[in-house]
Design a binder for this molecule. Structure first.
Ligand SMILES: [Zn+2]
Length: 314
């Protein structure tokens, strides 16, 4: 699998899940090396693999059989998200920062959002390539558009010296895009005449770019001598982050900007969202492919077994 163009610098702490307290916690000691002269070497930068966002998104399905095991593996491999809480306002960027413990609920909050964004992207993409696809119907399952009101207040002084406030709600020619699953506003407002399928790409792009804010930093890449350059050196730029969650949103951003396909695993008990490696890949993994095959085989045997003996049919 290809790697991202982003550098992820890790804190050097491993992490583990504390199910009793409902937290992901950092586990000392720090994985650093000392050169003997007072210099500490942190872990080198990494380029996260492409598909990080879909792997993370699947944790939104906590009911799955292997949820706990898979979650522990992910946490052991990647460490903490790098957030210090959830923003009060749904349409503010994540609270990026160095963290020692993170509530599992915060993880599920963002896994749910990344999952919804991937589904939204899949619908928009499918609507273009599959003419028989009911994109509007699929969109209705994810986003709803609510009437936006202009709210104003008037104030009247009463005989008893008290003020009496009245709220006036006035319909506007705009609608607000709201996530259907939890009623959280996406922060996007559209003219009521706009088709949902035309509004959807704005919801997708604005949500992801908001969640990259403060997480991904533009820095220097390699500085190399160059005869062509008027300053004698060519300076490359490099995007980087210290936060895993920003790397996840960046993966989603690159996926969409590169117009990669996203699929849902055809094995009914899995239904993971994933980025297929081959064009025909219907399953998220070989394990799912085999499990689906075994299931089909078992079902065929069942129907054969319940059929009356041939002689009775004749
Ligand atoms: Zn699968």
């Amino acid at each position: 699998m290809k790697n991202s163009n982003l550098y992820l610098y890790r804190s050097g702490y491993r992490a583990e899940v504390d199910w009793k307290k409902g937290r992901v916690i950092s586990a000392p000691p720090r994985q650093v090396e000392d050169d003997g002269y007072g210099h500490w070497f942190l872990q080198p930068e990494e380029r996260p693999f492409r598909g990080l966002s879909s792997r993370f998104a699947n944790f939104s399905k906590t009911w799955k059989k292997d949820f706990k095991k898979d979650f522990e593996i992910f946490v052991a491999e990647f460490g903490l998200l790098g957030i210090t809480g959830l923003p009060e306002d749904a349409y503010k960027p994540p609270m990026y920062g160095e963290s020692w413990k993170e509530e599992i609920d915060w993880w599920l909050h963002y896994a749910g959002e990344v999952y919804r964004l991937l589904r939204l992207y899949r619908i928009i993409r499918r609507a273009r390539v599959d003419k028989n696809f009911d994109a509007e119907g699929a969109l209705d399952e994810i986003i709803i558009f609510e009437q936006a009101y202009k709210v104003s207040h008037t104030c009247k002084l009463q005989d008893n010296g008290q003020y009496n406030w009245t709220e006036h709600k006035e319909e506007t020619p705009f609608v607000k895009a709201v996530w259907k699953e939890n009623g959280i506003e996406t922060g996007q407002v559209f003219p009521e005449t706009m088709l949902p399928i035309d509004a959807a790409p704005y919801v997708l792009a604005s949500t992801i770019s908001r969640n990259l804010a403060g997480g991904v930093i533009l820095g220097m890449g390699k500085v190399t001598p160059s005869k062509k350059s008027p300053i004698g050196y060519s300076i490359a730029e490099q995007r980087y982050t210290n936060y895993l969650l920003a790397a996840i949103y960046n993966d989603l951003w690159e996926l969409i900007r590169n117009e990669k396909p996203v699929e849902i695993c055809a094995h009914s008990e899995c239904a993971n969202i994933f980025v297929p490696q081959r064009k025909t890949g219907e399953y998220c993994s070989d394990a799912c492919k085999q499990a689906a095959y075994r299931k089909r085989k078992a079902e065929t045997q069942k129907t054969t077994a319940t059929r009356p003996p041939l002689e009775l049919l004749q």
